[in-house]
Ligand binder design. Structure first.
Ligand SMILES: NC(=O)c1ccc[n+]([C@@H]2O[C@H](COP(=O)([O-])OP(=O)(O)OC[C@H]3O[C@@H](n4cnc5c(N)ncnc54)[C@H](O)[C@@H]3O)[C@@H](O)[C@H]2O)c1
Length: 139
């Protein structure tokens, strides 16, 4: 099974739900990929450290730009406040990474499709065990 290296940004409530889903997605769907919880990022370093220890992320960052610039990340899982989704998602897609974010800014999907689809490897809204992800993980 292929590895998909996950970098999650935002260690709040939705960070927990997405991390839980990443850990369980191979029970939920039959997939080619297995998520590897490679890095987690939060503006609050103590929160990021505690989150990494609890959920099994290997490393932490406190600057989302540094996480996106890393060479060992395939998927950026954005669980930040709404007003940050667009900037981070577009930057990650431009860097050629897969991107996901919570459902509340779903219109972002069409923006990503039109603006940066040529470089993004995939984009989906919702947690890793929600239905759009079944196709997403096969990309
Ligand atoms: N809470 C819910 O029930 C729920 C349900 C569906 C969707 N959502 C959506 O999920 C998103 C996140 O919501 P939440 O409830 O997890 O919020 P939250 O406030 O619990 O978590 C947000 C996290 O982002 C971090 N953060 C803020 N600015 C940052 C920055 N510049 N760099 C790195 N980290 C930063 C915060 O420190 C915090 O840990 C929102 O878009 C929200 O609308 C929430």
């Amino acid at each position: 099974m292929k590895k998909l290296n996950v970098g999650l940004i935002g260690c709040g409530f939705m960070g927990r739900t997405h991390s839980n889903a990443s850990r369980r997605v191979n029970n939920f769907f039959d997939l080619e990929y297995r998520p590897v919880l490679r890095a987690v990022c939060d503006i609050d370093p103590a929160r990021a450290q505690a989150f990494a220890a609890k959920w099994g992320y290997e490393t932490i960052e406190t600057d989302w730009r540094k996480l996106i610039a890393r060479k060992d990340i395939d998927l950026v899982d954005i669980t930040l406040p709404n007003n940050m989704h667009r900037e981070v998602a577009v930057a990650a897609a431009k860097a050629g990474l897969r991107v996901t974010w919570p459902l509340r800014t779903a219109p972002l999907a069409s923006e990503l499709q039109t603006a940066v689809a040529a470089r993004a490897k995939g984009a989906a809204s919702g947690s890793p065990t929600s239905s759009p992800w079944k196709g997403f993980w096969r990309l």
